[in-house]
Every structure is written in structure tokens, then in C-alpha cells.
Write a protein that binds this ligand. Structure first.
Ligand code: ADP
Ligand code: MN
Ligand code: MN
Ligand code: MN
Length: 338
């Protein structure tokens, strides 16, 4: 028996965009299975999840990884929030995804999410001048050099941490707006990608904190001629990934077009500031899909079109979306008849 610091992480009840919270529980090791981690509780009246008179909420561990920040045998523990009586809390969107994932398990859905975000140094994006603006966009995307790229040390540290934690982390790139970056997770199942995105977001905030930098998922952090931040969600089912899959992908796009407003409703707050029809987006009021089209709502990658099977990319989700809701909506529309 030995002591382990377990960082219990959960999603709060803040509206319109929930945020991450965490606190540390010292538990007895070894921890090898999720069942080894006890349920816990917190004060829901401080997280917009309860009122003061009945403030207790429960934390139920659902996913844990080795903690690459504290190292050793310490762990990071993602939790679902339950009411004091053990029922699902209204803010717990993962519980619904669990049901949807089970219902369409036979479709073998895979997701890959591209998480864009922006570093801030106080009130301005990292690397921006104290007064005025940096040079216009054009050279920053996938750039190199201290005049173009800001925050790489944090990005590298975050990537190493995610890999050490065992996440299905598959890449990073510097984005079009200076100070903006992206990482990708996937392709894995709906619960896996969503749990891992929330865990990777927490690690990003935590690691940036040590550099006195904050990271925001706000979809349009700087108004004007600057790219917004999205969470492109790449999606396939087994039949899309097999020969003949292109017709399944096209049918999925047609269905998604009929449910555009229902999807936008769960694709993140303030997304109208980002989906303007400019800066590689399609207007929030339109739905279009097309091969290789970065101005469409849904892009079918060139490689998918060329071989005739693969996946689609939903470009609409905002960086601040809840992946539990986005992946559930995609499965309900495409695999079912939501
Ligand atoms: P982009 O060209 O849009 O910037 P990225 O390389 O950033 O593309 O991201 C592509 C994403 O697609 C990755 O997250 C990857 O995991 C995911 N992906 C690859 N193949 C599939 C598939 N068959 N189904 C779902 N997602 C996939
Ligand atoms: Mn990308
Ligand atoms: Mn991108
Ligand atoms: Mn993309």
C-alpha cells in the first residue's frame, strides 16, 4: 500500500459553455482498474450544479490515465457527475452518449477530433504586440521561427504528456492565426474520443498554467480578419470504410443537411461569430457538403473520394463544443433517424 495523488476531473454546470474543474484525492495504491478508484463528492453550489440547500453532488470515476504532470504512480481521473441519490445529473452529457453508443455499437463508429485553441498572455493572444496587430494571416499556419510561431514549448510539452498518458493523440499543427494551435485525437470510438478530448483539454490548461499562459476554446477569440477556432469532427462507420462506402457517406451528408439546426444547437456557443462563410467556414445559415471543400459544412476528404470509401469531416463544431453531444448527435442522425 502506498499513497497516490488522484486528480478527480469533472465538467461543471456553467452555461452556455461548461468548464473543467478538478481536485485531488489521496488514495491507496496500487490503482490498476477504474473500480480501484472510490466515488467522491463536491459542492455543487460552487459549480452551478446545485443550490446551497442541497449542494452535494457525486463524482463517479469513468476513465483514468497515468498523470504525466505529477509523474510516478499518480493518476488523472475523469468523472461523471451524479446527483446525491445516484441518478444522472442534468449537466452529465456523457450518460446520454453511453446510451447512444450502445444502441449503435454494431455500426463501429470511429471519430477523430481536431481540437483548435488559442493561447493568451493576459488580455492578448500569445505573441501579439502590446498595441495594434501582428502582420496579416498567411505565414503562420504550420510556420517555423520566433517571428511566426508562439507557444511551441507548451505545445510540445502537452503532446508529450498526452502520449505518456496513453491517449490516442495523433498530431499537432500551428494554426492560421498567430498564437492559435491544433491537436488531434483519434480515430477511436465515441466515448473514447470524447473522454480523451476532455482529458487533453485539462492537461493543456494545466501545463500552460505553469508557463503563465492561458488557453481558450472561444470560437472567435479575435474579431475581424482572423480565423476562428473549431473542432472539426471526422466520422466514419464500418460501412463507410469499406468498398462502396462513398454512397453511405453521401447518404449521411443528405441526412445531416435535414438536421442542420439540431446539430448547430449542440455544436458550441458563439459559433455564429465563427461560421461566417469566410475563413474556411460555411455560413451557419447554410448547409453544403463537397469533396475537398474547406468552405463546406461537411468536407469529404480527397483521399476518401479517390478510393471510394473512408470518412467525412464535419467542419461545423466550434472549439468549445462538448464532444459528448457532438458525437451523440452525429450517431443519432447518421446511424438512426433522429
Ligand atoms: P485536416 O486535413 O482536416 O487538417 P487532420 O489531419 O488534422 O485533418 O485530422 C484528421 C482526423 O481524421 C484525425 O483526427 C484522424 O484521427 C481522423 N480520421 C482518420 N481516419 C478516420 C476515419 N476512418 N474515421 C474517422 N476519423 C478518421
Ligand atoms: Mn487539422
Ligand atoms: Mn485546423
Ligand atoms: Mn480539418
Amino acid at each position: 500500500m502506498y499513497s497516490i495523488m488522484a486528480e478527480y476531473i469533472w465538467i461543471d454546470g456553467q452555461k452556455p459553455t461548461a468548464k473543467l474543474r478538478s481536485k485531488t484525492k489521496v488514495v491507496r495504491g496500487p490503482i490498476s482498474r477504474i473500480e480501484d478508484l472510490p466515488d467522491w463528492g463536491f459542492d455543487g453550489s460552487s459549480t452551478q450544479q446545485a443550490d446551497g440547500s442541497k449542494s452535494d453532488c457525486q463524482l463517479k470515476p469513468v476513465f483514468f490515465v497515468k498523470d504525466p504532470i505529477r509523474g510516478g504512480n499518480h493518476v488523472l481521473v475523469l468523472c461523471e457527475v451524479l446527483n446525491a441519490d445516484g441518478t444522472v445529473h442534468v449537466s452529465n452529457t456523457r450518460a446520454h452518449l453511453r446510451e447512444v453508443a450502445k444502441m449503435y455499437e454494431h455500426e463501429e463508429a470511429w471519430f477523430g477530433i481536431e481540437q483548435e485553441y488559442t493561447f493568451f498572455d493576459g488580455a492578448k493572444p500569445l505573441g501579439w504586440p502590446d498595441h495594434g496587430f501582428p502582420g496579416p494571416q498567411g505565414n503562420y499556419y504550420c510556420g517555423v521561427g520566433a517571428d511566426e510561431v508562439f507557444g511551441r514549448a507548451i505545445v510540445e510539452e502537452h503532446m508529450e504528456a498526452c502520449l505518456e498518458a496513453g491517449l490516442d493523440f495523433c498530431g499537432i499543427n500551428a494554426e492560421v492565426m498567430p498564437g492559435q494551435w491544433e491537436f488531434q485525437i483519434g480515430p477511436v470510438g465515441p466515448l473514447e474520443v470524447s473522454d480523451q478530448i476532455w482529458m487533453a483539454r485539462w492537461m493543456l490548461y494545466r501545463i500552460a498554467e505553469d508557463h503563465d499562459v492561458s488557453a481558450t476554446l472561444y470560437p472567435k477569440p479575435v474579431k475581424g480578419d482572423w480565423n476562428g477556432a473549431g473542432a472539426h469532427t471526422n466520422f466514419s462507420t464500418k460501412s463507410m470504410r469499406e468498398p462502396g462506402g462513398m454512397s453511405v457517406i453521401t447518404a449521411a451528408c443528405e441526412k445531416l443537411g435535414r438536421r442542420h439546426a439540431d446539430h448547430i444547437a449542440v455544436y458550441g456557443a458563439h459559433n455564429e461569430e465563427r461560421l461566417t462563410g469566410q475563413h474556411e467556414t460555411c455560413s451557419i445559415n447554410e448547409f453544403r457538403y463537397g469533396v475537398s471543400d474547406r468552405g463546406a459544412s461537411i468536407r469529404i476528404p480527397m483521399a476518401t473520394s479517390n478510393v471510394g470509401y473512408g470518412y467525412l469531416e464535419d467542419r461545423r463544431p466550434a472549439a468549445n463544443c462538448d464532444p459528448y453531444q457532438v458525437t451523440a448527435a452525429l450517431m443519432k442522425t447518421v446511424c438512426g433517424n433522429w
